[in-house]
Design a protein around this ligand. Structure first.
Ligand code: SAM
Length: 228
């Protein structure tokens, strides 16, 4: 079973949206498991302090390596081979390919940063893989971890009703998805394209492919030439 172990300073944020809808239903059906651990349980002193000022000066605070290291050691059995991910704007951008790999595995450890981030030494010392959900800065890693988990959980077998609804989606074929329509046939002077009502499945497939290529060319040409 896909098991997510989450290390956070904001444990009350979970399961949050992950407890709703598709992922929440799958959680209740035990198709995946979520363990939330409070980093502050390993904080130091009477105030359970977890952070300190940056070496070399500068604004903000940094999560201490000894505190986060102890929290990770407590969470992980030595034989635990799940990927150890640190949510970080400096990380490799998350793409559907990585989501697919993760969803096919045993799960993941997810570390949620706060403040200015975490002491660099714990990243190297515990082999953390930095993952970014986009080129913008959030105030904490919790929402990023939720995004990553939501993307993974929906790919776990049995979570989505029809497997096909996943295989035709944006990014799965290297293209954005074609436009979707449903009833009513006419709405505010706009109609469903005739081809979709023709019943000719080959024609529909061709139209969808052409539309997917057009949208990808217009909006995300980088997907058509990912190395160029
Ligand atoms: N000082 C850091 C920097 O400039 O790279 C930003 C720290 S941010 C305010 C606090 C935490 O939010 C980070 O440690 C990380 O866990 C999370 N975070 C922020 N933006 C993120 C993103 N785009 N992807 C993943 N995690 C993010």
């Amino acid at each position: 079973m896909f098991r997510a172990t989450l290390l956070t300073l904001m444990p009350d944020m979970f399961p949050g949206p992950l407890g709703q809808s598709l992922s929440g239903d799958a959680l209740a059906r035990e198709l995946w498991a979520l363990e939330v651990r409070d980093i502050r349980a390993h904080g130091l002193g009477r105030h359970r302090s977890v952070d300190d000022s940056p070496a070399g000066g500068g604004p903000g605070m940094v999560i201490r390596a000894d505190v986060l290291g102890a929290a990770l050691d407590d969470a992980l059995a030595p034989e635990d081979a799940r990927p150890r991910l640190l949510m970080s704007p400096r990380g490799k951008p998350l793409r559907q390919e990585r989501v697919r790999e993760l969803a096919a595995g045993e799960g993941a450890i997810l570390v949620c940063g706060r403040f200015e981030g975490v002491d660099e030494r714990v990243i190297a010392g515990r082999g953390l893989e930095e993952v970014s959900i986009g080129d913008y800065v959030l105030s904490g890693g919790e929402l990023a971890a939720m995004v990553l988990l939501d993307a993974c959980v929906r790919l776990i077998p049995g979570v989505m009703g029809k497997l096909a609804s996943g295989s035709e989606e944006s990014f799965e074929s290297g293209l954005l998805e074609y436009p979707q329509y449903t009833r009513p046939r006419d709405w505010e002077g706009r109609s469903i394209p005739d081809v979709l009502l023709s019943g000719d499945h080959a024609k529909i497939a061709r139209w969808r492919r052409e539309e997917a290529e057009r949208l990808t060319r217009e909006r995300r040409p980088d997907l058509l030439a990912p190395d160029g």
